[in-house]
Design a protein around this ligand. Structure first.
Ligand SMILES: Nc1ncnc2c1ncn2[C@@H]1O[C@H](COP(=O)(O)OP(=O)(O)OP(=O)(O)O)[C@@H](O)[C@H]1O
Length: 266
C-alpha cells in the first residue's frame, strides 16, 4: 500500500506539491492524470525517495522512502518519462543486468533474469545491441525491462505511452496488464485521459493537489471536469456519453454497451 499524507514539496522558489493526500491499494492499477506541470513526476519521485517532502509523509508498504531509500527502491521501480534518463550502460544486457546484479544475482541466475525481463517487453533479440543505437521506442521497452528485472512489488510508469507507435503501445498495454495479473501494484501517470481507461481508479491532479479520485468512467465521463483542468476529453468517452451510455473500460464492455443500445434504440 502507498500512502501520501499532506505532502508538500517546493523546488527553489516554486511550490509544486501543495498538500497531496492519496492512498493506493496493493495490487491496484492506479492512474495519475493531470495536465503538464501538475506535479505528477514530482509526486512519483517521492515514491522512491529521490525527493523528500518538505512537509507531510509518504509511506510505501509501511516504509518511509525518505528514511529507507534502499529498501523502498527494492519495492518500487520507477520507469521515467525519458528512457535516456534510465539507460547508461554500453549494451542492453548490461543495462538490464545492473539492477539484479546489485541485488546479488550472478551467473546463470542473472542471465535468466535479464532474458526473462527482455522477453516480457519483446526485446530478447536485442540483448547484445548497443543501447545508444536503439530507437526511442526500443529504449523505452528496455527501460521497462531494467525495472522488471528487479521484480519490484510496485511499478510506476511516467507517461508510458508517450512517443510510441501502435505496436509499442500494444506491447506497453500487454506489459501493464501482465504486471497487474501478477499482483503488482502499478501506477500510470499521464496527461492523456484515454490511456487511463484500463485503470481500477484514477486520481485527477492539478496545480500540486489531488482534485478528485474515482473510477475511470467517473473521471473520463466528466467532460466539464477534464476541460476545466486542461485535459482532452477522449473522443470515445464523448461518443458514449452522447448516446446516453456510461464510458466503458474495455473494448469488450464498449461492444456490449453498444449492442444493448442498438437493441433498445431500434
Ligand atoms: N528540477 C526542477 N526544478 C525546478 N522546477 C521544476 C523542476 N522539475 C519540475 N519543476 C516544475 O515543477 C512543476 C511540476 O513539474 P512536474 O514535472 O512534476 O509536472 P508533471 O505533472 O509531471 O508535468 P508533465 O505532464 O509536463 O510531465 C512544473 O512547473 C515544473 O516546471
Amino acid at each position: 500500500m502507498i500512502e501520501l499524507r499532506g505532502v508538500h514539496f517546493s523546488y527553489p522558489g516554486r511550490e509544486v506539491l501543495r498538500g497531496v493526500d492519496l492512498r493506493i491499494e496493493r495490487g491496484e492499477l492506479f492512474g495519475l492524470l493531470g495536465p503538464n506541470g501538475a506535479g505528477k513526476s514530482t509526486l512519483i519521485l517521492h515514491l522512491n525517495g529521490v525527493l523528500k517532502p518538505k512537509k507531510g509523509k509518504v509511506l510505501v508498504e509501511g516504509l518511509d522512502p525518505a528514511e529507507k531509500p534502499r529498501e523502498v527502491r527494492r519495492k518500487v521501480g520507477v520507469v521515467f518519462q525519458d528512457p535516456n534518463d534510465q539507460l547508461f550502460s554500453p549494451t542492453v544486457f548490461e543495462d538490464v543486468a545492473f539492477g539484479p546484479y546489485n541485488l546479488g544475482l550472478r551467473g546463470e541466475e542473472l542471465r535468466e533474469r535479464v532474458l526473462w525481463a527482455l522477453r516480457a517487453v519483446g526485446m530478447e533479440d536485442y540483448a547484445d545491441r548497443e543501447t545508444k543505437e536503439l530507437s526511442f521506442g526500443e529504449k523505452k521497452r528496455v527501460a521497462i525491462a531494467t525495472v522488471l528485472a528487479m521484480e519490484p512489488e510496485v511499478v510506476v510508469l511516467d507517461e508510458p505511452f508517450a512517443n510510441l507507435d501502435l505496436g509499442g503501445k500494444r506491447t506497453m498495454r500487454d506489459v501493464i496488464m501482465s504486471l497487474r495479473a501478477r499482483g503488482k501494484t502499478v501506477v500510470l501517470a499521464s496527461h492523456e485521459a484515454h490511456y487511463l481507461s484500463l485503470c481500477d481508479r484514477v486520481a485527477l491532479m492539478d496545480a500540486g493537489r489531488i482534485v478528485t479520485v474515482g473510477k475511470p468512467g467517473e473521471i473520463l465521463g466528466n467532460p466539464e471536469l477534464l476541460r476545466k483542468h486542461n485535459l482532452d476529453v477522449p473522443p470515445l468517452a464523448e461518443l458514449f456519453l452522447s448516446l446516453g451510455l456510461p464510458v466503458p473500460r474495455t473494448v469488450e464492455e464498449g461492444k456490449r454497451l453498444l449492442e444493448g443500445w442498438r437493441r433498445g434504440g431500434y
